[in-house]
Design a protein around this ligand. Structure first.
Ligand code: MG
Ligand code: MG
Length: 256
């Protein structure tokens, strides 16, 4: 069941998305060497609370997880790329950090993620982040009325392959609205022209995650959540919640 949103509902989702963007910006600004992941989670909790928003991450327990998620941010360092738990780990110079955040405001949800280097970056990490963001942009550009979910997937997959990065279709994009994960799923690879045809009012999260080692194999930590590359190579993740509109894609997870 896919629920198309009215323009007013899309505006309400953008208000939730703005909270997500502000929480991500605050976490990024605070992410310096020596800072603990739990401190970043605390900062994001403050942004959500000040906005009157709640976290769709906190206490979330999908079928793949054997315990509820304990934070409002997923904080994934270096070879971890998705669903990292905010632990007492202290960031180090050169760490590649992926931050994923959700917020629910007035019954509507936004979901977005960003990756960046803490302190001094390596050229390899900067390229990985840049290519992941390029794939997100390519996916967003493809999200126009009359195109298909497969067009978004193909646009993302094309960037991964051209860049030599590993790509997996587990844990891709998804519908977003009253809850964080709705239909349809938006896989990070696929064939152009296939799948659901996009209509104005469709709201989805698009979220490429790439592995620098070029392989698609990953593993989950004993904590039941943290997803990391199987070969120890670094990963990056980028995500926006967007609306398909008659005028083209509208990014909802931007600060306003
Ligand atoms: Mg997310
Ligand atoms: Mg998501």
């Amino acid at each position: 069941m896919i629920e198309l949103k009215t323009p007013g509902e899309i505006d309400a989702m953008a208000a939730a998305g703005s909270v997500v963007a502000r929480a991500l910006a605050a976490a990024r600004a605070a992410a310096k060497p020596g800072v603990r992941l739990t401190e970043l989670d605390g900062i994001a909790r403050g942004v959500l609370a000040d906005a009157g928003a709640t976290s769709p991450f906190l206490g979330y327990q999908p079928s793949f997880a054997d315990r509820p998620f304990p934070g409002v941010l997923c904080l994934s360092v270096n070879d971890a790329v998705l669903h990292g738990i905010p632990t007492a780990y202290r960031l180090r110079d050169g760490d590649l950090l992926s931050v994923d955040c959700g917020a629910t405001l007035d019954g509507w949800t936004g979901d977005a993620a960003v990756s960046f280097v803490v302190g001094t970056p390596s050229a390899d990490d900067l390229r990985l982040v840049e290519r992941t963001e390029s794939a997100l942009q390519a996916g967003i550009e493809a999200a126009r009325p009359g195109a298909t979910i497969g067009d978004i997937s193909a646009a993302i997959g094309r960037v991964a392959r051209a860049s030599g990065y590993g790509l997996h279709t587990d844990f891709g994009g998804h519908g977003v609205g009253r809850t964080m994960h709705e239909s349809p799923s938006v896989p990070n690879d696929g064939r152009a022209g296939r799948g659901l045809r996009l209509q104005p009012g469709l709201t989805i999260a698009i979220e490429p995650w790439f592995l620098a080692g070029g392989r698609d194999a990953y593993r989950i930590d004993p904590d039941g959540w943290t997803l990391r590359s199987d070969d120890g190579s670094r990963g990056a993740h980028a995500e926006h919640t967007i609306a398909v509109t008659a005028d083209g894609p509208r990014i909802l997870t931007v600060a306003s």
